[in-house]
Design a protein. Sequence first.
Length: 154
Amino acid sequence: MSESQRIASLFKKLYDGTPWLHVNIVSTLKTISANQAHKKVLKNCNSIWEITEHLIAWRLNVLQRVQGNIIKTPDHNYIKEIEDSSDIAWTNTLESLETSQIEWINFLSTQTDKNLECIYSPNDMTFYEHIHGIIQHDAYHLGQIVLLAKQFKN
């Protein structure tokens, strides 16, 4: 198995499989309603929805980087208030997350181990480091989502 295939396996497990942390993104988010996702359960903390949008934006940012594009991260770091908190908007967010997953898996299916050694010049990190960084980023924010979602369990 190539390194890209192993990385794709990690992406898949964390997204909707059985990762070592025993919780995945899809099974966690599918239990959360639009109202719950929008609610700020802790003062001065982001909502589940804001975190999910942040997660999607960073996935797409890093994907652009490893495709050779120079990306400037906005000052808001992809954390913005949710303006439309409807059920349809939440479904759209979840669909955007799924699209980002498909784009990552498609990208990884075309990569060689040599490609992973390429350097993203603005920060001198390899594509390999960026890819593992986004997996770590997903896991970090999944932990936040899991903790926030506990507020809605009886």
